[in-house]
Each structure stands twice: as structure tokens, then as C-alpha cells.
Design a protein around this ligand. Sequence first.
Ligand code: ZN
Length: 147
Amino acid sequence: MKLTAEEKRLYKTFVHACGAKCWRCGRTPNNKPAWWNSPFLCERSHLVNSPRVESRKCCVLLCSLCHRIQHGDRFTYDLTGGGRFPLCTQTPLTLEELLTMKRDRDPDFFDPEVLASCSVKRELVLNICREIQNASVRRLPDLETLK
Ligand SMILES: [Zn+2]
């Protein structure tokens, strides 16, 4: 996929443009868990990556913790399922949840065709996108209610 200069700019500015607040748990870079021993940021997390394209249309916004969980890391001390960030569990989000997150949090950049073109699961991505566009799917909590 050939990206335009504008698409490259939108990718680079994505985190700042979206307020640097995790779309899953609501953490900002200022909400670093006390036990976290590395830089704590809000990051671009790729929904699809075959091929990996540096486009805002392919990413959701996650804090370092949620991003690591999405990549399969597990954290045993902070994630009690309750407390200040009850949504930050140890379970990675499913593809359907990620696509719903993209649709709800960044609707102007929700593009099923682009997502499908960057996934080996092209038909699955398209089917899920059709389902979440047409059906009443559980909606994410309002970002303002997180934190
Ligand atoms: Zn998070």
C-alpha cells in the first residue's frame, strides 16, 4: 500500500491527535502503574499487520500495558479485575472487540477495505466489519467514564 504524505502525517500525529488516552483502560502516560519499570506511553497498536502498514486506519490507541497484553504478555501483580482500571484485565481483546473499538473511537478512520487488505484473514475481517456495522454490538464505555 502506497501511503500519501498526508497519511504518513496522520500516522505520526495519531496518538497526540486522539488525546494520548488508552482506548481500552483510559490510562494516560501520567497513569504509569507503580510497578511498571519502563517508559509508559500511549502507543499505536496495529489491528492488522500483514503487511504492516504505518497508517492510522490500521491502528488503535493503547497504553503500554494494554499494548503488551495485546501481544500476549501477562502481568500478575496489578490486574485484579477491580480497582481504578477495572477494564485492564489480562485478556487480549478479540479481533471483533478491536474492530469495534476502532469503529467507535475513530470512526473517520474505520475502513474495512484497508483493514482487510492488511490481514491474512481478509474475509474474516470483512465479515466482522459487516456484522458490527449492521448489528447492535456491545458498545465500549465512553472514554470520559474511564479513569
Ligand atoms: Zn490501557
